[in-house]
Design a protein around this ligand. Structure first.
Ligand code: ARG
Length: 570
C-alpha cells in the first residue's frame, strides 16, 4: 500500500467515526492535496466537502479529525484552518518505499485491472508503396507505449498493423510498373521506386487519358483475383513490408497481426448484408451510404456507385472481425487527428447495427509533427524520411560516444538504443494531442528533457552501484543516511510511480510517464549533486546505494513502458 493510500485509509476510518462513512477511501485519496509549503506538512486534507454532510464548519471538522487520526505512520497531524495537515514519519515511509521497490523489481506498479482480457490496438498502419510518414511514426510509438502500459495493468494488448494494402491506387501502380518498372531497382529501394512509379503515373495521366482507364482495369483484375495482378500486388506488399520492418526493428516494435485492409476483402459482403438487414443503407447518387444525421455527421460511405467498397467498409469488417476473434475489453485506434470523423462514423454505424461493444472502441488521436511550423508532408520534396531521421540520430549519438567514452563496450548497440530513444522520447514527452516541432537539438541533447538525458541518468546511477559495490539484501537506514530534503523528493517521486501509470492508462497518455521519468531523473541528479552517495561510512553508503537501486529500477521500467532501452553504461 502506498503512503497516500495509508493516509486515505486512516482518514477514512476517522471519518466513519465522525459519521461520514460514505467518504470512501478512494474518494478521500482523490481529495488529498500537497500543501503549498512543506512546513505545513506532507499531505493536506481539505474539509470543505464534509461541512454539508456533518453540518459543521470545516475548521471544526479539521480539528476533530486531527484528534482522531493516529498512526505510527505519521509524525504529526495538525488542523490548520479548514485543512488537516499530515506530517509523515519520513523515516518509515522512506524505508518502505525502498523495500517495496527492491522486492517487486520491475513489477512495481503492476495491477490486474485488465484480468487478461484482450485489447486490440490498431497502430502504425502505413500504406504499401508509400513512404512511412511522421504520422505513422507517431502512431507506432504512441500505440506501442499504450500497449505496454495496458499490459502492465493486466490486459493482453494485440498490436495490429492495419496496413493500407488495398485500393484503386494498386491498379495505377501495376499499370505504371508494366510500362516503366525495373525489377532490380524495386528490389534495391522498393518504396522509393514504387513511389516514383506512382508519381510518374499521375504525371503521364495528365497527358494521356487512357492511363486512368488502364489503372481501373488493372484494379478490376486485381479484385477478380487475376494471377498476374495478385502476384505483383503481393510482391509490392512484401517488398514494402520488408522496408517497414527495418524501421520496426530499429524501434524495437513488434506486431501480433499484420492483417491489412486487403485481409477484409472477403469479409465485406457480410457487412453490406448486415447493414441491409437492419435497413440502414440508403442510396445516394448511385452509392450506398448510412446516414448519420442524428449525430450531426455526414453519411458514412459503404459502397461506391461502381460497386467498390471503401475504407470505412473495411474498418467495419475489421471491427467485427476483431470483436469476434478477441472478445475484447476495448479496442483502440491510434490514428492522427485528421481521421477523427472517420472513426466517429464507423463507431456510430456499429452502434446503429446493434453492436453494444462499439462503446468500448476508442479513437486515440494525435497531433502533427511540424518542421519550421509547417506540416512535414511526404509530397513537395519536404519529406524528412523516417529511416534517415533514425539513422541520423544514431550517427549523432555514435559521435558523442566516440568523443566522450571511446572504450565503451557495445558502442554500436548503445548508439542505436540512445539514438532511437531520442526520437521516441521526443514524441512521447508531449501530450499526444499537441503538435510537435521536430527539432534535432531538442531531441538529442543530453541535458534537456530528452530520452538521452534520462538514459544517461540511469546509466550514471548504474555506474554508482558498480563503484559502490552495491548488493541486494538487508541493510539498516542509519541516522543521517537518508534524511536530506533531496532524498525525500526522490522518495515521493518513487512512491508516485504507480499513480502515474494509473493516469497514463486511464487517459491513454504515455506523456504522463515521459514527464515523470524526466522529473525523477532531475530529482536524482539534484540528489547526486548534493549528497555524497559513496560516503565513507559503510552503513550510510549502503543505505544510499539502496535508494540508488530503487531509482534504477523505476527509471528502467518507466523507459521500458515508453519503448526505450536503458543501457547500463553509455
Ligand atoms: N493506412 C492509414 C493511413 O495511413 C491508417 C489506417 C488506420 N487504421 C484503420 N483501421 N483505419 O492513413
Amino acid at each position: 500500500m502506498s503512503y497516500k493510500q495509508k493516509v486515505a485509509e486512516t482518514l477514512h476510518a476517522a471519518l466513519e467515526k465522525l459519521g461520514a462513512a460514505d467518504f470512501s477511501r478512494e474518494k478521500v485519496q482523490d481529495m488529498l492535496e500537497t500543501p503549498p509549503n512543506p512546513q505545513l506538512g506532507d499531505i493536506a486534507f481539505p474539509c470543505f466537502q464534509l461541512a454539508k454532510v456533518l453540518r459543521k464548519a470545516p475548521p471544526l471538522i479539521a480539528g476533530e479529525l486531527a484528534e482522531l487520526v493516529k498512526s505510527d505512520y505519521f509524525a504529526k497531524v495538525e488542523a490548520a484552518g479548514p485543512y488537516v495537515n499530515v506530517f509523515l514519519n519520513r523515516h518509515r515511509v522512506t524505508a518502505e518505499v525502498i523495500e517495496t521497490i527492491a522486492r517487486q523489481g520491475s513489477s512495481y506498479g503492476e495491477r490486474n485491472i485488465g484480468q487478461g482480457r484482450h485489447v486490440p490496438i490498431d497502430l502504425s498502419s502505413p500504406n504499401i508503396a508509400k513512404p512511412f510518414s511522421m504520422g505513422h511514426l507517431r502512431s507506432t510509438v504512441i500505440g506501442n507505449a499504450i500497449a505496454n502500459i495496458l499490459e502492465k495493468h493486466g490486459y493482453r494488448p494485440v498490436r495490429i498493423n492495419h496496413l493500407g494494402d488495398w485500393g484503386t491506387q494498386f491498379g495505377k501502380l501495376i499499370t505504371a510498373y508494366k510500362l516503366w518498372g525495373d525489377d532490380e531497382r524495386i528490389k534495391a529501394e522498393p518504396i522509393k521506386e514504387l513511389l516514383s512509379l506512382y508519381i510518374r503515373f499521375h504525371e503521364e495521366a495528365e497527358k494521356d487519358e487512357s492511363l486512368e482507364e488502364k489503372g481501373r482495369e488493372w484494379f478490376k483484375r486485381l479484385e477478380d483475383g487475376d494471377e498476374e495482378a495478385r502476384r505483383l500486388w503481393q510482391w509490392f506488399r512484401d517488398e514494402s513490408l520488408k522496408e517497414f520492418m527495418k524501421i520496426y526493428d530499429l524501434l524495437g516494435v513488434t506486431f501480433d497481426s499484420t492483417h491489412g485492409e486487403a485481409f477484409y476483402n472477403d469479409k465485406m459482403d457480410r457487412v453490406v448484408k448486415l447493414l441491409e438487414e437492419k435497413n440502414l443503407l440508403v442510396e445516394s447518387e448511385g452509392a450506398l451510404v448510412v446516414p448519420l444525421d442524428e449525430y450531426d455527421m455526414p453519411p458514412c460511405l459503404i459502397k461506391k456507385s461502381d460497386g467498390a467498397t471503401l475504407y470505412a467498409t473495411r474498418d467495419l469488417a475489421a471491427a467485427l472481425y476483431r470483436y469476434e476473434t478477441y472478445d475484447f475489453a476495448m479496442a483502440l485506434y491510434v490514428v492522427g487527428n485528421e481521421q477523427r470523423l472517420h472513426f466517429q462514423q464507423v463507431f456510430r454505424v456499429l452502434e446503429k447495427m446493434g453492436c453494444e461493444w462499439a462503446r468500448e472502441m476508442y479513437h486515440i488521436p494525435f497531433g502533427m509533427m511540424l518542421k519550421d511550423g509547417k506540416k512535414m508532408s511526404t509530397r513537395k520534396g519536404k519529406v524528412v524520411l523516417l529511416e534517415e531521421v533514425l539513422a541520423q540520430a544514431i550517427a549523432d549519438v555514435a559521435k558523442v560516444i566516440e568523443e566522450k567514452n571511446p572504450t565503451l563496450k557495445n558502442k554500436e548497440e548503445v548508439a542505436r538504443q540512445v539514438g532511437v530513444g531520442a526520437v521516441i522520447f521526443h514524441d512521447l514527452k508531449n501530450y499526444r494531442q499537441n503538435d510537435i516541432n521536430f527539432s534535432w537539438e531538442e531531441m538529442l541533447t543530453f541535458e534537456g528533457e530528452t530520452g538521452p538525458y534520462v538514459q544517461y541518468t540511469h546509466a550514471r546511477a548504474c555506474s554508482l552501484l558498480r563503484k559502490g559495490g552495491y548488493q541486494e539484501g538487508p541493510y539498516e537506514i542509519v541516522e543521517g543516511a537518508l534524511d536530506d530534503p533531496e532524498t525525500w523528493t526522490v522518495i515521493t517521486l518513487l512512491a508516485a510511480f504507480p499513480e502515474v501509470i494509473d493516469r497514463a492508462r486511464e487517459q491513454f497518455d504515455p506523456s504522463q510517464i515521459g514527464k515523470y521519468v524526466v522529473d525523477l531523473a532531475q530529482a536524482f541528479n539534484k540528489y547526486y549533486a548534493n549528497v555524497r552517495i559513496l560516503a565513507d561510512d559503510e552503513q550510510v553508503k549502503t543505505a544510499r546505494l539502496h535508494l540508488v537501486a530503487a531509482v534504477v529500477t523505476v527509471l528502467r521500467e518507466g523507459l521500458r513502458l515508453l519503448g526505450l532501452a536503458a543501457p547500463e553504461e553509455m
